[in-house]
Design a protein around this ligand. Structure first.
Ligand code: SAH
Length: 488
């Protein structure tokens, strides 16, 4: 019987998204911080819940061969890269296994290994799993000695770790952050203080169009204007690539980084990035994928799975700023995009014009409302439907309409393999077979994984060789996740 304070020797066999090791004792999972897959560890149980528990890592008895020294000195405290202590090869294996396990155990696809191809990591064709992000948000504050600090919030807190050389960010950020700090010190511009809601500079937000090297710097301030704005322009334009500088006004007591009003003080109010020959205009508040190299890989796979000849009517559901829509438009007869955020649709329309793409139509609204409305009232059709929902997956009303629209193929892009598997199971029961899929590592060193799968309309329930009993409860127990949002 395990109780609090029980001491155990266990082997770590899995990990959570947050990078905690999971070891099992007679099938009962224990979560162990700082342990990695393959470690043999001594632990003390600290907390017990009905279906799982937590244990403290007392000693690593035998380190996993996949354990590595993190590349970043603050990785433990920051928590942004929860897998840095695991080798990149092992991270990829962990993510692949996660996708396959979800599809087997939640999706009921017994032969998922043969349908899901090798994960595409950032270790091939000269790409690197470091410095890949194109967007950074550095909070600004003061330390105990009253020095200005910028960096990252420590895990589950609002204490700022003073460190700007983030190993997954673009290297230019260091120079930008140091330049802003220098400017604030020289002109005595106070950083924002969350507690007293005083001070001025709250965040430094940077975005980089990796294809052109153009950089946007946005200073988020708790004021109507920034004193010495000309001087900050002078300072920042000395950094190579800075093409746009803006001030975002956020005077609210909130955790939200950006406020509603942005004023451009240098250059355009956007930068332009290009992915696979399509140009995208990115503003301070636009949603845009953070890993441009892997985004192109992911979209190319989506395009391959869409298998377009040029005559198809395609729907891009959950389209954001229309990135996938525009990527597919050149190969389709017409692409319809659906997205809930109105500003994203403004960007999608602007981006279609920017690229002189005329065969797209965008709708603002919920997928689960727009699709049924357009299908029932306007009898729209679809040859191929692409979905790219948020983590909670597709609303069942949207899935029902997709099946009624009877496309030949559904391409499902997903940032959460558990909800992907749940929706794939539903689609399987309604005549769509998962034929092939692949995971793409969009977020190296974090626990997140992106997957794209092709489902083909076969009219009947597919036979996935070995039909497994779906045990969702058991599955969530082993990963320690909140299952409430994932079950229907
Ligand atoms: N395909 C895009 C964005 C995917 S992110 C890209 O690759 O860039 C998921 C998108 O779904 C977000 O833009 C979010 O705003 C949108 N969204 C969330 N819930 C939605 C809903 N119920 N209906 C339509 N769009 C929704």
């Amino acid at each position: 019987m395990i109780t609090k304070n029980t001491k155990l020797d266990i082997t770590i066999t899995d990990m959570t998204n947050e990078g905690e090791g999971i070891g099992k004792v007679d099938g009962f999972p224990l979560f162990v911080k700082d342990a990695v897959i393959g470690d043999r560890v001594k632990v003390t149980v600290t907390k017990l819940k009905k279906n799982y528990g937590y244990a403290h890592l007392d000693k690593v008895i035998k380190a996993s061969p996949d354990r590595v020294e993190p590349n970043c000195p603050v990785s433990k405290r920051c928590g942004g890269c929860s897998l840095q202590h695991l080798s990149y090869e092992a991270q990829l294996k962990f993510k692949y296994n996660k996708v396959v396990n979800c599809l087997k155990r939640i999706g009921g696809i017994g032969d998922a290994e043969s349908r899901i191809k090798d994960i595409i990591g950032m270790n091939k064709d000269g790409s690197s799993p470091w410095n890949y992000r194109n967007k950074a948000q550095f909070p600004v504050g003061r330390d105990k000695d009253n020095n200005i600090v910028t960096g990252f919030y420590a895990m589950r807190s609002h204490d700022i770790i003073n460190y700007s050389d983030c190993k997954i960010q673009h290297p230019s950020n260091v120079e930008i952050v140091e330049a802003v700090k220098g400017f604030m010190e020289e002109y005595a511009i106070p950083p924002y203080d969350e507690v007293s809601h005083t001070g001025i500079v709250r965040h430094i937000v940077t975005r980089i169009a990796v294809s052109s090297g153009e950089i946007m710097v946005c200073l988020v301030i708790n004021a109507d204007s920034l004193p010495y704005a000309d001087e900050v322009v002078d300072t920042l334009t000395r950094v190579d690539g800075v093409a746009s500088i803006c001030i975002n006004i956020n005077k609210d007591k909130t955790n939200r980084i950006l406020g509603d009003k942005t004023v451009t003080i240098y250059g355009n109010d956007y930068i332009i990035d290009s992915i696979g020959g399509v140009n995208y205009r990115i503003q301070a508040r636009s949603f845009y994928q953070v890993n441009p190299v892997q985004t192109e890989v992911l979209y190319s796979k989506a395009l391959e799975y869409a298998d377009l000849s040029g005559d198809e009517v395609v729907w891009d559901v959950y389209c954001g700023i229309g990135t996938i829509s525009l990527f597919l438009a050149g190969k389709a007869k017409h692409v319809y995009g659906v997205e809930i955020v109105p500003e994203a649709i403004d960007d999608a329309i602007a981006n279609a014009e920017l690229n002189d793409i005329k065969n797209t139509t965008f709708y603002v609204g919920k997928a689960e409302e727009v699709l049924p409305r357009e299908y029932e009232e306007h009898n729209v059709s679809a040859d191929v439907i692409v979905v790219d929902p948020p983590r909670k997956g597709c609303d069942v009303k949207a899935l029902e309409t997709i099946v009624k629209m009877n496309p030949a193929r559904v391409v499902y892009v997903s940032c959460d393999p558990a909800t992907l598997a749940r929706d794939v199971k539903w689609l399987g029961e309604n005549g769509y077979e998962l034929v092939e899929g692949v995971a793409v590592d969009m977020f190296p060193h974090t626990g997140h994984v992106e997957t794209v799968v092709q489902l083909v309309n076969i009219g009947v329930k597919p036979d996935y060789t070995v039909r497994l009993e779906v045990d969702v409860d058991e599955f969530y127990k082993t990963v320690g996740e909140d299952k409430s949002q994932k079950q229907r």
